[in-house]
Design a binder for this molecule. Structure first.
Ligand code: TNX
Length: 612
């Protein structure tokens, strides 16, 4: 009896002590087997590598553990035995695949190239939340992982607002930590040309600056700040970004806009426009009639000269040539453009736009590269080898795939416009362009449209989030706009949709990852409390329950007086019964406050008792 009891007790303690620990990784790995037990990493643990490639990743891990926990680990070559974190270069599928084995004896991260780096990214997410601690416990687990899509991108517009080089690097760090592998750098637009071109120095000297900038939301006539604004990256800096990204397995795709969104270039070289100018770089947002002249050969010579240098700086397979939002008004009036239409038997200005892009495509192809463009490049006939970025919904992507062209899905309708506001009420959000996109909208989107015929689905190469910065002036606001929506984006890019579960994603893994971010300087938007939406209820009594905080370790506070709740308010007790006298109403507002003191927007429930 005694031994039986002891046996039961032993079993009990072992299941308690050896319970499986949650595997909080974003994006969710494609195969996870949680095991019992844990590995304890402390100052006696060794990090091992087997060649120069794994040594670099091993050292990344070493400095991460040092920075986050103040634990200084030693590295060594080909170490076997217990208490070792091993980075092993061995192919486990494609270049992006990895395997991560955590057992009480040690940790093995296996993969080649990007795969090994992604294994490292998964491992650091499994470490406990940062802070000084002697023992870092990592639950035993066996992970086999590889991405659903080969193209997982994030875009940044540095024309509307300019961001310092150091921040561009941080942006790349952020996207790489969620296993994205493309940084689409939107370098030119109406409001500023941001890349040094040696052959055309005025592009940045003149085109890099605008006279002033619109204040607040777009309206006509607007209010302006009366302050010259601008900046640009030298070629040396751009190369630095390319090299920095490469170390993180991120490809930088540069975008040079043509034939529209060209005012900054025209400010510098007015002879490239239909009328010859003068032109001013735009001081407000939108679409402008003044575009590159499609009739003058000079325009093509210029753009080829630009692309020669761009191709020299950026080794990416793709060069983005824009192609979006090009009004045809000027071309209709321009004798050069009309002559071009006649000489080439083009039907209209749409075919002229297609002529423009196809001519540039030939040039880019002759240099061994491919073009990618926004979905307007479909109009008037698609350039033969072009890849299409579908942004105005998914129709452009579907049309391109049906024609056998590769497609990157980035539609605003899938929530992938990260400049859109993150809550339904604009008065609770910072200034933005409008629209509406949340982590949930993105999470629920599937990049492969159901409407697309099975045999054409292979043309969908991946997805991308776009961050247009008309209304985003600071690095802090960039971070606020991408986080945490990037979590959902990375997950639909990486993880097969079979096991999708919004509740598990949002309340467990995203909440945990936000708690990690909460301990850093990086800004993010605290999602509203889960389990409640703005509502009006007609009743004499209402019980609020089932609320969940959106950040692990955060608290929920509430008010009943219609003031905005904060950490100064009452803490939500888990369940709250509200009674409303006849002919009265009560307003319940709840907000999430994180351990570092960041606050979500409130959610508001109005309870009205209409009885007399
Ligand atoms: C459309 S997306 C644009 C950009 C704007 C953006 C604002 C695309 C190809 N063109 O020029 O910044 O909307 O959301």
């Amino acid at each position: 009896m005694r031994s039986f009891l002891l046996g039961v007790m032993a079993l009990f303690t072992s299941t308690v002590l050896l319970a499986q620990q949650p595997v909080n990784i974003i994006p969710k790995p494609n195969s996870v087997e949680a095991k019992t037990g844990e590995f304890v990493l402390n100052s006696t643990t060794l990090i091992s590598y087997d060649n120069a490639e794994s040594k670099r990743i091993a050292e990344l891990f070493q400095s991460y553990v040092n920075n986050q926990y103040g634990i200084n680990l030693k590295t060594a070559e080909k170490k076997s035995g217990k208490n070792v974190v091993r980075f092993v270069t061995a192919a486990k599928g494609g270049d992006e695949a990895y395997q991560l084995e955590v057992s009480p004896q040690g940790i093995d991260v296996t993969g080649v190239k990007a795969g090994l780096f992604y294994g490292y990214q998964s491992l650091v997410q499994l470490l406990p939340l940062a802070g000084k601690q002697a023992d870092l416990k990592v639950g035993a687990v066996s992970i086999k992982d590889e991405p659903r899509f080969g193209y997982r991108g994030l875009h940044l517009d540095v024309s509307r607002h300019f961001f310092p080089l150091e921040f561009v690097k941080k942006y790349i760090d952020i996207l790489a930590s969620y296993k994205l592998n493309v940084f689409h750098w939107h370098l030119t637009d109406d409001q500023g040309w941001r890349l040094e071109i040696k052959k055309y120095p005025k592009l940045t000297e003149v085109g890099g600056f605008r006279k002033q900038t619109l204040i607040g939301n777009y309206k006509q006539p607007g209010d302006y700040d009366n302050t010259r604004y601008g900046g640009f990256y030298t070629q040396a800096e751009a190369r630095e970004v390319v090299a920095y990204a490469k170390e993180r397995f991120v490809t930088v795709i540069p975008e040079i806009e043509m034939p529209g969104h060209a005012l900054a270039a025209l400010q510098a070289y007015p002879e490239l426009g239909c009328t010859g100018g003068p032109y001013d770089a735009a001081q407000t947002w939108g679409v402008f009639d003044e575009v590159f002249c499609a009739g003058k050969d000079q325009t093509f010579e210029f753009l080829q000269g630009v692309l020669d240098e761009v191709i020299g700086i950026f080794p990416s397979e793709y060069i983005h040539v824009g192609g979006d939002e090009c009004p045809k008004a000027e071309w209709k009036k321009c004798p050069h453009c009309q002559k071009r239409i006649k000489d080439h038997n083009l039907k209209d200005e749409h075919e002229l736009q297609s002529y423009f892009i196809q001519r540039m495509e030939k040039y880019v192809n002759s240099k061994g590269r491919k073009i990618i463009g926004w979905d307007e490049i479909l109009e008037g006939g698609l350039a033969p080898n072009a890849t299409v970025m579908s942004w105005r919904g998914d129709a452009g992507g579907i049309a391109a795939a049906n024609e056998g062209h590769d497609v990157i899905m980035t539609p605003n309708s899938y929530g992938l416009y990260l400049d859109h506001k993150q809550g339904p009420d604009k008065n609770r959000e910072p200034l933005s362009i409008g629209g509406y996109s949340t982590m949930e909208i993105i999470y629920r989107a599937d990049p492969v449209p159901q409407k697309l015929e099975e045999s054409k689905r292979k043309y969908i190469k991946g997805i991308q989030g776009n961050l247009w910065t008309e209304y985003i002036e600071t690095p802090a606001k960039v971070e606020f706009m991408i986080l945490p929506r990037l979590f959902a984006l990375s997950e639909i890019a990486w993880t097969n949709p079979a096991g999708k579960n919004w509740k598990e994603f949002s309340e467990k893994r995203a909440a945990h990852e936000l708690a990690r971010l909460d301990r850093t300087e990086t800004r993010y938007r605290v999602p509203e409390v889960y389990g409640l939406k703005d509502t009006v209820i007609y009743a004499s009594e209402y019980t609020v329950r089932g609320l969940k905080s959106s950040v692990e370790g955060a608290k929920i506070y509430y008010t009943l007086d219609d003031y905005d709740p904060s950490e100064l308010s009452l803490e939500f007790p888990g369940q709250l019964k509200i009674t409303v006298p006849n002919g009265s109403e009560r307003v319940f507002k709840a907000t999430v406050v994180t351990p570092s003191g960041r606050k979500s927007n409130f959610v508001r429930v109005q309870i009205i008792n209409t009885k007399k």
